[in-house]
Design a protein around this ligand. Sequence first.
Ligand SMILES: [Zn+2]
Length: 271
Amino acid sequence: MDTAQCTLDGVVYPAVRFRDLPPTEFARKKQYLICTECLAPTYFRKASRSGHAALFYARPHEEGCTLAASKYDQNDIGSGDDQDILNNPGQRIVLDFNFGAHNDKHNDPDANTPNPGGRGGHFIGSGARPDAVMHRRLSKILRNLMESPQFRTSQQILEVAGIGEFSVANFFVPFDAVSQVYERQYRGYWGRIISAQFWENVRLCLNTGGRGSMSIWVPMRFVNELYERFQVSNEKGLIGRYALVLGTLKVSSPTGKKYVEVDDTGYITLR
Ligand SMILES: [Zn+2]
């Protein structure tokens, strides 16, 4: 896209002008860009050596947004580093739960592999693996889910430590496709967080829609860690982000509320 709106000042910027903002203004405002039509979060990309001009792109646009048809949004997404999963469809993907550098305990490789459901999950992330396997972090998987219909429907094999093997297409379930059918099913549930609110002093509920939609329940003991990891100061900062959570869908009785409770922060990521 050639233009995007900054929600800080309300200005619609042409990409070529946005590039020339003073550095501090540029750094601040680039975090507040939206698509002028569908209001999806939007990113700025500098002109490249390979010759494409500075531009904006949204990942993804809302369904039906006509600006999603722009050249970059259609053809050029997931370039470079993000494209490697799609370029290696024959490789198994092993989920890597070592989510990043923000947490000291993750310097200890033996401490950083959660054990889903306590079912004796085997160790991953050691590097002692055949070449035909790629280890990928949840954040990267989420990015691929958001950007690529090809990935979402892929039959590529995914290995989840201690749980089993799935095809990508079967394992990842968009929030709006979640129904009772998935009750007691361990899956990667993903999509956009629409609202966030605390329930008493017990949990933070990340809601994905109305009452009938699933929610992610974050027990209070994990809330601060989540804020730190995703650099927000309160629950409102999580609204509008995309989330991927691995866990077992439960249905509470008698309300019928569908939810996945986070039992290890290694199993949730946001973008
Ligand atoms: Zn759009």
